[in-house]
Design a protein around this ligand. Sequence first.
Ligand code: UTP
Length: 410
Amino acid sequence: MTTYEEAYAKLEQYGQLHVLRYYEELPETEQAELLRQVMDTDFSMLTSREAQAGKSGTRGVIAPLAAMELDTIREREAQFRQTGLEAIRAGRVGAVLLAGGMGTRLGSDALKGMFDIGLTKPVYIFERIMHNTLDVVKESGAWIPFFIMTSDKNHAATTAFFAEHAYFGYDPAYVFFFRQEMAPASDYDGKVYMEEKGKISTSPNGNGGWFVSMERSGVGRKMRELGVEWLNVFAVDNVLQRIADPCFVGAVIAENRASGSKVVRKAAPDEKVGVMCLEDGRPSIVEYYELTRDMMDAKDEKGDPAYNFGAILNYLFRVKDLERIVNNNLPLHVVEKKIPHLDSNGCPVKPQEPNGYKYEQLVLDMIHELESCLPYEVVREKEFAPIKNRTGVDSVDSARELLAKNGVAL
Ligand code: UTP
């Protein structure tokens, strides 16, 4: 059992002694719980130089990475589709839904997947995702093992929602939930916030830890037993995305790449999407704010913009390559967020504006750890309708409009 002295020493080392401010007034069980949480928490991230500066690490040398464009995909579609369907039918393709995020920008108290985007009937985000996957189940005649990452904050609600809605028609025998890890959240000086008098404020540690969490939870073993060799990983909020898309899977297999990334042609050179590139000779994604004017103006041999394809958070990973990189440390991203906490009088506060940092690892950084990646172009209006905000860009409104254009009844 952890002693007060051990916890005190650890907190002192990281300048976080305020965590024990209410210790004396806590009931014994909560005291023990807090000491345990102190010992389980990694505070090192709060004192890193990036964290103090409020930004992520520096980048290597960036160069263009050619995408497989629509014309090539159309020419080779029959071959890709057949290869993809064969892999799906053999049980070699699984899907991983990243649903551990807090979806704070949407401003709903319920979790994002439970958000109802219907107009004349309920249409939940999770429902759209499961129905999109069912399209491929129907086409291939095979159930695709479907893994769902949750966090401590939403696990119970997510599993209950799926059960309540009979898995939206999916076979529950092929649905597997696992939880991601949590990380402390801090103020701008790197001091952790307290969520309760006996509890450090934590938040999900980003979507980059999904494979590690899958392995730790034992779900990775299940995946291997099922013979899964490829994992299609995607965000919860794109209600138009194609999941385990046989053509995409077939193209990545045919090109013998370690990974693939669905991309859309940028609407403008300065559009706010991360673009596929090479970084120090390896595949990578450069954030829109890291693109220089020269990079925006650079052209490829066809005269098209050289950094023209934005990633839409729909990746395919080869499991044996992930196994090789599972112990690699991914960079830490410091993200400004609204963090509920106790104020200096010990009263709970739910801020309306960002008030500190969360610390996240991101799935896009896994791409850079791998030897190769196929950027695979898809038609934006058909496959990209992310819901990040309530209104405006990438919102419930814009997604509804795109769904209607694609004939989805709402
Ligand atoms: P976002 O970057 O949109 O983050 O996640 P978010 O935390 O859900 O939303 P905001 O920024 O607070 O509004 C992209 C995808 O990654 C998942 C999300 O659920 C979403 O599918 N994600 C994000 C996780 O699974 N875990 C995390 O820790 C963060």
